[in-house]
Write a protein that binds this ligand. Structure first.
Ligand SMILES: Nc1ncnc2c1ncn2[C@@H]1O[C@H](COP(=O)(O)OP(=O)(O)OP(=O)(O)O)[C@@H](O)[C@H]1O
Ligand SMILES: [Mg+2]
Length: 266
């Protein structure tokens, strides 16, 4: 079977007062079905822009070149109407800050229901049942009660669980997680990582996991892409990259890993 996601020579250009600037240059990688690919790099290296380009969510003015194919179908240049239909259904994204991506005026249940009803089954009663199941699946206690609560009534880690429930409720083929644990403390971070790994395994979703932390990548990804200033400096299996980094920059990142791998994968 073909790869789930194929990114080929992706270049993202922004117009600036000093002329066009490439914030991502000729990046290529593939995500197999049932695989987690990690993207790592320092702040500003183009990790978020790469994922937004895949989702069709780049800011206005950005231009893309190259190719992004999901299940064989080209995504770059697709009309927004079609991309909207794919988002949440075929591909989902979890953002770094769950508070800004949840609507504070609606209960979390309603927001999960909306996602489900937009793509699957219009019936309200089914959607509510599905929302409660989704909250239970991400390990939120008392889902029948919590489904009627508003985002501010949850802790940071719980909100991230709600976001994961919403992202997975339609059973997407591809999940992009953009630094989903950065805002959380280390213990909660480890719990969320474990949850994502478990859900991915049980649902067979392909995942792109973005972080600036190589230790996190080593616990979750089978393949690793290292970005630096928009360029791909390393790409290979996690074993290759960790055992024989080809680039000084990767070596430097590896040297700066605190030994928390054991805790994360425990
Ligand atoms: N609207 C924009 N116009 C021009 N350049 C932008 C715009 N948004 C982001 N950039 C630039 O694109 C580059 C890549 O940004 P991106 O958000 O992808 O970085 P990142 O790797 O996700 O960093 P972080 O780890 O901080 O989230 C940065 O240099 C940033 O300054
Ligand atoms: Mg980012």
């Amino acid at each position: 079977m073909s790869d789930l996601l194929v990114v080929e020579d992706l270049t993202i250009t922004f117009p600036t007062t000093r002329g066009p600037v490439d914030v991502v240059k000729d990046v290529s990688f593939t995500v197999g079905r049932d695989e987690t690919v990690g993207i790592v790099g320092e702040s500003g290296s183009g990790k978020s822009m790469t994922s937004l380009a895949i989702m069709g969510l780049l800011p206005k003015g950005a231009r893309t070149r190259g190719s992004v194919r999901l299940d064989g179908a080209e995504l770059l240049g697709r009309p927004d109407r079609e991309l909207r239909r794919l988002r949440g259904d075929q591909m989902s994204m979890i953002f770094q800050d769950p508070l800004s991506s949840l609507n504070p005026y609606y209960t979390v249940g309603l927001q999960i229901e909306e996602m489900y009803r937009a793509h699957r089954d219009k019936s309200r009663r089914n959607a509510r049942r599905v929302a409660i199941e989704a909250l239970a699946q991400v390990g939120l206690p008392e889902p029948e009660r919590r489904v009627d609560h508003y985002p501010h009534q949850f802790s940071g880690g719980q909100r991230q669980r709600v976001m994961i429930a919403m992202a997975l409720v339609c059973g997407p083929k591809l999940l992009i997680a953009d630094e989903p644990t950065t805002a959380l403390d280390v213990t909660v971070q480890a719990q969320i990582l474990r949850l994502l790994a478990d859900l991915r395994r049980s649902s067979g979703t392909g995942m792109v996991f973005i972080t600036h932390d190589l230790a996190v990548i080593s616990s979750i990804a089978t393949r690793v892409l290292v970005l630096r200033r928009g360029e791909q400096v390393e790409y290979g299996t996690a074993e290759q990259v960790f055992a024989e980094p080809r680039h000084d920059y990767t070596r430097m990142l590896l040297d700066s890993i605190p030994r928390i791998d054991d805790e994360v994968s425990a």
